[in-house]
Design a binder for this molecule. Structure first.
Ligand code: SF4
Length: 371
């Protein structure tokens, strides 16, 4: 019941059937709901008054009963390579950020799913103050629509979405799954599931649940260490879901969906970047059809970690590859504009020492794959 009430208040989170039901409840033809959904997502109207195919009385009625507000951009930064970072302000004045990235294959976007995060990874300041709230599905989707308006006109349309910004997507399971279904709607943005990557720190029960949703999105697991002692030190979630639980869950996801799982590995100098650790990682992943994405660390003053030297990163990659595991180094984009998710927000809120640093920049792998 609570779910239904919440939905009723958030038109941007409505599925097409809900739009149609609202119209029926208002004594309107069902197709008006279809029109509403299309004009919100394909025409990106700012209010009901811009839905020109609706009669004026309906526009006024909807405005009275179901007002909505699109995300507002507070700051937009564009790098020389056209990587664009946007700080959005939500209706309740919370802020999240979104990054649009140029690739050889087109344009991708990295969206946030929560304001802050409760998981407390030691390399990520998002966990310092914890999660303020979850984003609803409409707020996640609106990042894509509003960023499309704000990104440089020279960029091709967004063709990939990475749930890799601030927050743990699987800690906001219902809204994230709803977002994935919403963005896939043919009457909306019509994005294929295979063009979506969901990055998780390893919430094992939610990985199993997601595998059963019939949503074949790519799963990216933030691994960062090949053994429990080191991983628990970096990621407290590993104490609840150690590698003996996480790896079978990731394998199950891969088998169930037919999608190759990506393991993300931030390269932290003298922490997880030894060649012995590379061999341990190769042993852990032996026999898998998976991909390892090595992420050059993007240092920030508040954190104790340093980036691994690039020569070390390459040697690490070589060892993993020699063990027949696909492994690439992420190419960083938009370095000069705080492109790592959360850095812009963090800088803007530095006076309050707010949460919100996702330390690694979204980017592309050496082979051009989204990273
Ligand atoms: S890395 Fe991800 S899961 Fe970990 S604290 Fe940061 S946002 Fe949360």
């Amino acid at each position: 019941m609570q779910r239904a009430l919440d939905d009723a208040k958030v038109p941007l989170s409505w599925m097409p059937e809900q739009w149609q039901q609202v119209m029926v409840d208002l004594g309107q033809p069902r197709y008006r709901g279809q029109q509403g959904f299309e004009w919100i997502w394909q025409h990106a109207v700012d209010d009901y008054d811009q839905i020109l195919v609706w009669p004026k009385t309906l526009r006024q009625l909807m405005q009275q009963r179901y007002p909505f507000q699109r995300l507002r951009s507070e700051t937009v930064q564009e790098a020389a390579d056209t990587t664009t970072k946007i700080l959005f302000r939500l209706a309740d004045q919370q802020r999240v950020e979104t990054v649009v990235l140029p690739h050889a294959y087109g344009t991708s976007i990295c969206v946030s799913s929560q304001v802050g995060c409760n998981l407390g990874c030691t390399f990520c300041a998002s966990g310092l103050l914890g999660r303020t709230r979850n984003l609803n599905a409409g707020e996640i989707l609106d990042q894509v629509v509003m960023a499309s308006r704000l990104m440089p006109a020279s960029m091709p349309p967004i063709s990939r979405v990475d749930l890799m910004g601030i927050g743990e997507p699987l800690d906001n399971y219902q809204e994230v799954v709803r977002f994935i279904r919403l963005i896939h709607q043919p009457q909306g943005l019509n994005l294929g599931y295979r063009h979506i990557t969901l990055s998780t720190s390893g919430l094992v029960p939610a990985i199993y649940r997601l595998a059963d949703e019939d949503l074949p999105v790519t799963l990216a697991v933030s691994l960062h260490a090949p053994n429990n002692a080191l991983r628990s030190r970096l990621m407290p979630i590993n104490r609840a879901y150690p590698l003996e639980k996480l790896m079978p869950a990731a394998r199950h996801y891969s088998e169930q969906t037919g999608r190759r799982v990506t393991f993300e590995y931030a390269m932290l100098r003298d922490v997880n970047d030894s060649l012995e650790t590379a061999r341990e990682l190769a042993d852990l992943l032996a026999g898998w059809s998976c991909h390892v994405n090595l992420i050059p660390w993007n240092p920030v003053p508040e954190e104790p970690f340093q980036p691994s030297p690039m020569m070390r990163v390459r040697s690490f990659r070589d060892i993993v590859q020699q063990n027949a595991i696909s492994c690439t180094i992420r190419k960083e984009l938009g370095q000069e504009i705080d492109a790592a998710c959360g850095q812009l927000r963090h800088r803007e809120e530095a006076d309050h020492r707010s949460e919100g640093i996702r330390q690694f920049a979204p980017g592309i792998s050496e082979n051009g794959e989204p990273g």
